[in-house]
Design a protein around this ligand. Structure first.
Ligand code: HEM
Length: 212
């Protein structure tokens, strides 16, 4: 697989934050398949507060030329619905209010890189959740299973990002926005874990084939 120049820069600039998120108690428990159903619902609700805020900011950005694919917050709504959380409870959840403004297309693309990139790792998390979601006939996993036409979204996004190459200021704006978005997400998730979730040991992550 050839990795484009701009993507390489984005990866390098965000790899430390990405690695830290692998150790987040809720995300790592989900990735290791050791989260219980209450913890999973609570994790999705916390993620919803971030993704709903991001989607609102992105939706206001007319210069983003992305292909089809349901907004990530819509997938969370569908999962929470399948797991029995009523819509009025979702409407009352706190939303992340600290997202940086996305002035200009390069910044919007950089932030979108983080949101869409998180769906790539999600496919693995989805596999680990299969036993947990058996009583729901496998429903409740659209967000992590990368559902909603996201392959096309990711390909289109990478093409838009690579088009910034050769425009140093625009490239830098995309990288800065990606780093900021990762940090905002980390802050949003930090120190947060439902009572029922304990961080899994590294051993259990390896046993479940989460890490390469
Ligand atoms: C325990 C949680 C996570 C795991 C296990 C995980 C795992 C992975 C894996 C395996 C990939 C590579 C997938 C591929 O190339 O097919 C990936 C990519 C990526 N992930 Fe995560 N991830 C996690 C959480 C997150 C979160 C919370 C974010 C952002 C908020 C994120 C952002 C990204 C990005 C931006 C990429 C694309 C990197 C690239 O350019 O190749 N990940 N993740």
């Amino acid at each position: 697989m050839t990795i484009g120049t701009v993507r390489e820069r984005l990866r390098a600039a965000t790899s430390a934050a990405h690695a830290r998120l692998h150790r987040h108690p809720g995300l790592s428990a989900a990735a290791a398949g050791v989260i219980d159903i209450d913890g999973y619902r609570a994790l999705l609700m916390r993620l919803y507060g971030f993704h709903r805020a991001v989607d609102a900011v992105m939706g206001a950005h007319s210069s983003l030329t992305l292909g089809a694919g349901a907004a990530r917050s819509n997938l969370l709504e569908s999962d929470l619905d399948a797991l029995g959380i009523p819509r009025d409870r979702l409407a009352a959840l706190p939303l992340c209010a600290t997202l940086s403004p996305l002035t200009g297309a390069p910044r919007a693309l950089g932030a979108r890189y983080v949101v869409e990139g998180s769906a790539l790792g999600g496919a693995r998390i989805a596999r680990a959740l299969t036993p947990l979601l058996q009583p729901f006939n496998g429903a409740g996993c659209r967000f992590f299973s990368n559902d909603g036409g996201r392959t096309r979204v990711w390909t289109d996004l990478l093409a838009d990002l690579e088009a910034l190459h050769g425009e140093p200021e625009q490239e830098q704006a995309a990288v800065d926005a990606a780093v900021e978005t990762f940090h905002t997400f980390e802050d949003w998730m930090q120190d947060w874990a439902p009572a029922s979730v304990k961080a899994p040991s590294r051993g259990s992550l390896l046993e479940n084939g989460v890490w390469d």
